[in-house]
Design a protein around this ligand. Structure first.
Ligand code: PGA
Length: 259
């Protein structure tokens, strides 16, 4: 399977920004700029309280909805948590799991990310599973080791049948929100490694179907080169997703490369 068989995915991670009215405004602008094109899959991931207003705005367009986290149980005594079913009820299609901010600030482990990944897949949500090394780990030459542990830990029990739904986001922690981006070559090296590890886990044919996004200070100025890499199938975008024009420019970069 060639790269062109994988549709690019540009996903916006809005993090803890925007209230429901502001989110609806941004979503409106995103829909008007890129909601009609079908070359690239586009998704916005607002915070929980903003999902409903954004869901109404993107409905009927090519902009899909994602959440930034979820609990692995379907319901019950889990104060402050949200389940996959609740997200589906608001027409979410994607959910970001194991973002480094959740791992660092909320103690999410590979085992928790694994439970969430299995629960998302079971509920027909597409998990965007985030992995990536810290600067310390990169400098210690541990990138491959960290990626392998996180990927294998997150995907225990995931089979080839999940390949179309599964999305992996490689986000070097040192590049998130810092303005420092991995060079296209550095990113591609890790993405190729991830695909190779995926082949070992779910088979080579299924591994070719999985989209692997790059995340970490991706912006219009560096997107063309990153997205052109053989194993980079899109982006998970933080800062640049909070402005409709820069987010749309990233979608347009992917669109150009899709033709
Ligand atoms: P950034 O964030 O684009 O602001 O670096 C990416 C992310 O954390 O998903």
């Amino acid at each position: 399977m060639s790269k062109s068989a994988r549709k690019y995915l540009i996903a916006g991670n809005w993090k803890m920004n925007l209230n429901s009215a502001e989110g609806a405004e941004l979503a409106k602008d995103v829909v008007s700029l890129v909601g009609a094109q079908t070359d690239v899959a586009v998704c916005v991931c607002p915070t929980f309280t903003v999902l409903e207003s954004v869901s109404k705005v993107v409905s009927g367009s090519n902009v899909q909805l994602g959440a930034q986290n979820m609990h692995f149980e379907a319901s019950g005594a889990y104060t402050g948590e949200i389940s996959a079913e609740m997200l589906r009820h608001l027409f979410a299609n994607f959910v970001i799991l194991g973002h480094s901010e959740r791992r660092e600030d909320f103690g999410e482990t590979d085992a928790i990310v694994n439970k969430k990944t299995l629960a998302a897949l079971a509920a027909n949500l597409k998990p965007i599973v985030c992995i990536g090394e810290t600067l310390e780990e990169r400098e210690a030459g541990k990138v491959k080791e960290v990626i392998k542990t996180q990927l294998e830990g997150a995907l225990v029990g995931v089979t080839a049948a999940a390949a179309d739904a599964l999305v992996i986001a490689y986000e070097p922690v040192w590049a998130i929100g810092t303005g420092k981006t991995a060079t296209p070559e550095m990113a591609e090296e890790v993405h190729a490694e991830i695909r190779c590890l995926l082949a070992g886990l779910i088979g080579a044919e299924a591994a070719e179907k999985v989209r692997i996004l790059y995340g970490g200070s991706m912006k219009p100025e560096n997107a063309d080169e990153l997205l052109a890499q053989k194993n980079i199938d899109g982006g998970l975008i933080g800062g640049a997703a909070l402005k409709a024009s820069s987010f749309a420019a990233l979608v347009e970069s992917a669109q150009k490369l899709s033709k």
